[in-house]
Design a protein around this ligand. Structure first.
Ligand code: FA5
Length: 364
């Protein structure tokens, strides 16, 4: 194995020979060092600061060179060390690619293996019902409007003719945003309890005639049960023009329900109360499951209550600068989950929100 010789002769020719011997030995050892461990040993033998072969060159050649030759020897030793270091670095890179090549040589990509199939999602039954409803009304000439889920007291209640502290507010158990006490009541934020505020936002922005539907998510502090969820969806409708009558309301909703549940379905309108409509009605459809004879979904009554509606109260027109003497209109709001339950014969509203694949896969 190579050792750094002591020099007697410091002539350029003798130095050249000694340098050539050293480099030849280094190259041979680099080529022989296979594997990470052997290479580390090789590197250490040559490069170690303490007693590595290149350090020994310093000691044995440079330090023992006679005074007049020192300069010449110093330059040669420096360039020799540089060359040696470059050779070690190159050998190191070569060893790394060599190892990678060896690893790859043992691996094969099997392009005939099937890939990882991602299951394709389907539209959620609630959104599917919403889409169907929207398309029924779009065919009747309605456009679609949206509004914010975090609303002000003004749009959710006041402009809909719910005065502050009016008991009608209690019919919609409201989730309020905290820390709003410093604001005037009308500016306080809440999670909208219905999509009716979009009626106001629409009339503020559009001149009559207006025909819009407003789909969206709403929130109430309702305890979850088979027909109630604290988060659910509504589809609001608003039609304002001259000479809009209660007959238009009945015809429109009757047509919409027949489009959704089949032409045999009948609609029934019973008096009700909402502050923003006068008169107000609850709309029911004849039970599509039993045809009106009475069954479990319709609680033996033959009818299923689906939505609230009515003629726009003139006070509401006052909030949006519409002329209540010239204009009239109707509005309605339906719970989309309740319609989806009817469409897909689902008896528990909570099924829509559990995210249980066994339930959702049935709609694929
Ligand atoms: C309203 O929200 C009125 N804004 C509807 C309206 C619009 C009337 C325009 C007149 C004119 P109501 O609170 O009844 O009304 O709710 C409407 C529908 O939402 C109900 O018929 C029901 O289908 C659905 N709904 C109400 N609460 C829940 C709940 N917790 N979970 C699921 N659906 C609900």
């Amino acid at each position: 194995m190579y050792t750094v010789p002591k020099l007697e002769d410091f002539s350029p020719a003798a130095l050249d020979t000694a340098a050539a011997d050293l480099l030849a030995a280094l190259k041979a050892e680099a080529a022989a060092a296979s594997g990470a461990e052997a290479f580390a040993e090789f590197r250490n033998r040559w490069m170690a600061r303490k007693n590595g072969l290149l350090t020994q060159v310093n000691e044995l050649w440079l330090k023992s060179a006679p005074g007049p030759a020192k300069r010449e020897v110093g330059q040669r030793v420096n360039s020799l060390k540089q060359e040696a270091e470059a050779l070690v670095t190159a050998a190191e890179a070569e060893a790394a690619t060599g190892a990678l090549r060896a690893k790859l040589a043992g691996e094969r990509v099997d392009i005939s293996l099937p890939g990882i199939a991602r299951p394709l999602g389907v539209r959620h039954p609630v959104l599917r019902t919403l889409d169907e409803l929207i398309s029924v009304f779009v065919k009747m000439g309605y456009s679609v409007a949206e509004g914010p889920e975090v609303e002000t007291d003004y749009y959710n209640f006041e402009a809909l003719n719910f005065p502050p502290n009016h008991p009608a507010r209690d019919t919609q158990d409201t989730l309020f945003v905290s820390g709003q006490e410093a604001k005037a009541q009308r500016d306080r934020l809440l999670l909208r309890t219905h999509t009716s505020p979009v009626q106001i936002r629409t009339m503020e922005n559009l001149k009559p005639p207006v025909r819009v539907i407003c789909p969206g998510k709403v929130h109430r502090n309702d305890a979850p049960d088979a027909t109630h969820s604290p988060v659910f969806h509504q589809l609001e409708g608003l039609c304002v023009d001259t000479n809009i009558t209660f007959g238009d309301l009945k015809g429109t909703l009757d047509h919409a329900m027949k489009s959704m549940f089949g032409s045999a379905v009948k609609t029934s309108f019973r008096p009700s109360f909402f502050p923003f409509t006068e008169p107000s009605v609850e709309v029911s459809i004849s039970c599509p499951f039993c045809g009106g004879k009475g069954c479990r979904p319709c609680k033996q009554s033959g009818w299923i209550e689906l939505l609230g509606a009515g003629m726009v109260d003139p006070n509401v027109f006052g909030f949006v600068n519409y002329d209540a003497k010239k204009l009239s209109g109707f509005a309605f709001g339906m719970g989309v989950e309740r319609l989806a339950m009817m469409t897909y014969n689902v008896d528990d509203i909570q099924q829509f929100f559990y995210g249980d694949m066994r339930f959702l896969e049935q709609f694929a």
